[in-house]
Design a protein around this ligand. Structure first.
Ligand SMILES: [Mn+2]
Length: 247
């Protein structure tokens, strides 16, 4: 099969709402990746793949072995895999690059793929009026907090983080479902960016919306769905950029 497609998914939030349900979703994600691999030139994991991830210098969380093994296999067989950190899984070190061979992106990237220019990001923190969110994002990204957290025994640190991430998800879930139309921060952001940069397509996760916007003419914004209730993805074949659902 010719490998000429590019796949984009986000917000699988592995780990919630509980181990059993997450495992079912993880297996579905593995099926998706193996299916996509057949004709994929690259696969973009656009953030919040894990509901919580924290790795230590010599140790990683004891979950997600099917997904991690599959990703390593796919990379070894020659497909590029990009891993964007989301707001739920930003606490990475070198494991994803070194052990799995993924290309890690800790912020947005602008990339020309088969003749079109893509602006790709997880998409949190785009609303510059949301000072509270930006403060928390800066705090969690700070070296001081990371060092402090890493110094707590994982027995406590991981347990605390798991309960925190679940609480955070609950508080966001109602807002996440609201479609703000033209008031959507990602839409406004994309409109502003194209005034300065020649971007054709924006792809974001984070908002869980599963929605396509026309920015202007042929310029598009795609906001990927989450995988807890949906299983959407975007695919680009050099001619069409489409939102699809994996069943
Ligand atoms: Mn997110």
């Amino acid at each position: 099969m010719i490998k000429n497609k590019y796949y984009f998914i986000a917000d699988t939030h592995l780990g919630v709402p509980n181990y059993q349900e997450s495992l079912i979703r993880e297996k579905k994600l593995v099926s998706f990746l193996l299916e996509a691999e057949k004709d994929a030139k690259a696969i973009y994991l656009m953030g919040d793949i894990f509901d919580f991830w924290h790795e230590y210098k010599y140790v990683v969380p004891k979950y997600y072995v099917r997904l991690l093994g599959t990703l390593a296999l796919i990379v070894d067989r020659g497909t590029k895999v990009y891993f964007f950190t989301g707001n739920h899984d930003q606490w990475i070190r070198d494991y994803f690059q070194k052990e799995i061979g993924m290309i890690v992106c800790t912020k947005e990237i602008v990339q020309t793929i088969e003749g079109k220019t893509f602006y790709l990001a997880h998409g949190d923190g785009l609303d510059k009026t949301d000072k509270k969110y930006l403060f928390v994002k800066a705090l969690f990204g700070s070296k001081f907090i990371r060092v402090l957290f890493a110094s707590i025994h994982p027995r406590w640190a991981i347990a605390f983080a798991n309960s925190w991430s679940k609480a955070s998800r609950k508080s966001h879930s109602i807002e996440d479902l609201v479609d703000k139309g033209s008031q959507e921060a990602m839409y406004k952001f994309s409109k502003k960016i194209i005034e300065e940069k020649p971007i054709d397509y924006f792809i974001f996760g984070h908002r869980h919306l599963n929605k396509e916007y026309v920015i202007e003419n042929n310029k598009k914004l795609i906001i990927l769905s989450e995988w807890i209730n949906n299983s959407g993805y975007a695919v680009w074949d050099g001619e069409n950029l489409e939102l699809k659902s994996f069943e």
